[in-house]
Design a protein around this ligand. Structure first.
Ligand SMILES: Nc1nc2c(ncn2[C@@H]2O[C@H](COP(=O)(O)OP(=O)(O)OP(=O)(O)O)[C@@H](O)[C@H]2O)c(=O)[nH]1
Ligand SMILES: [Mg+2]
Length: 237
């Protein structure tokens, strides 16, 4: 509970054994009421590790994608009466202890949707590959042009938003199942709600052998780009 608002923190996880447990244990439990890991057909020890760390785990039988996982968490928050939903990577690349900054933007400053940004003053990146900096910055410039306001880090998955807002956005669309849902909800937040960015930290593993991404370059960058085109052309809404 943060100043009277209950918080569900969700982590999407696909085969994150060795990382998800640490992510869950770093969640600030003084303000987070429940940690939900949405396992998406992992075939390693992700589920046991997340449970052992204190998370509630919901599993999709087969892999459906990050968007479907976030939708599962949003539904869970709606059904169980949580006021706020936080999303976080299950691969230990965020600093969950920064959540109070996001919560303050909603509870104290009246935002509906808070976007973490590694690129705002006060935001940080550690060991981020140059290709990631180039792609995420370029994406954010294009996204900003489409929505008509500056968003410095549009692809950042560390976010906090009100459950009330999710009731007014139609997330129940099959085309949002994979990487499309995150830009879709950010677009809606920018156009229709009070969107605020706050500085956060993003980590990348120092050793290259430790993988950091499940994204496949062409397929998934198209996935996160097409909502902009489809919404702008009004082929989807
Ligand atoms: N539930 C679910 N989670 C997924 C899926 N694909 C990836 N994830 C999780 O989503 C989180 C972020 O995925 P990544 O592919 O690392 O992407 P990212 O961390 O946002 O960005 P980079 O690390 O910069 O590539 C991780 O915790 C993954 O395990 C999926 O199909 N389903
Ligand atoms: Mg990652």
């Amino acid at each position: 509970v943060y100043k009277g608002k209950t918080i569900l923190m969700m982590l999407a996880a696909l085969n994150e054994e060795g990382k998800v447990g640490h992510s869950v244990r770093r969640v600030p439990r003084d303000i987070v009421d429940e940690v939900l890991v949405v396992d998406d057909g992992s075939t390693d020890g992700t589920v046991d590790e997340a449970r052992a760390a204190g998370a509630v785990v919901v599993s999709h039988e087969v892999n459906r994608g990050v968007g479907a996982a976030i939708r599962t968490a949003v539904k869970y928050a709606q059904d169980n009466g949580f006021d706020l939903v936080a999303t976080l990577a299950g691969d230990d690349q965020d600093r969950p202890g920064e959540l109070p900054r996001l919560a303050a933007a909603i509870v104290d400053d009246g935002a509906d949707f808070v976007q973490g940004s590694r690129y705002m003053p006060g935001g940080e990146r550690q060991n981020q590959p140059l290709s990631r900096t180039a792609m995420t910055r370029a994406y954010s410039v294009v996204f900003s042009m489409f929505v008509g306001r500056r968003v410095t880090d549009a692809t950042n998955g560390f976010r906090l938003f009100t459950t009330a807002m999710t009731r007014e956005v139609n997330l129940d669309q099959d085309w949002l199942d994979r990487y499309e849902l995150e830009p879709y909800i950010l677009w809606q937040a920018a156009k229709r709600f009070r969107l605020v960015e706050v500085p956060v930290t993003k980590y990348y593993p120092a050793k290259r052998e430790v993988g950091y991404t499940k994204m496949k370059a062409y397929r998934d960058w198209w996935g996160i780009s097409r909502p902009m085109l489809l919404l702008w052309l009004r082929l989807r809404k």
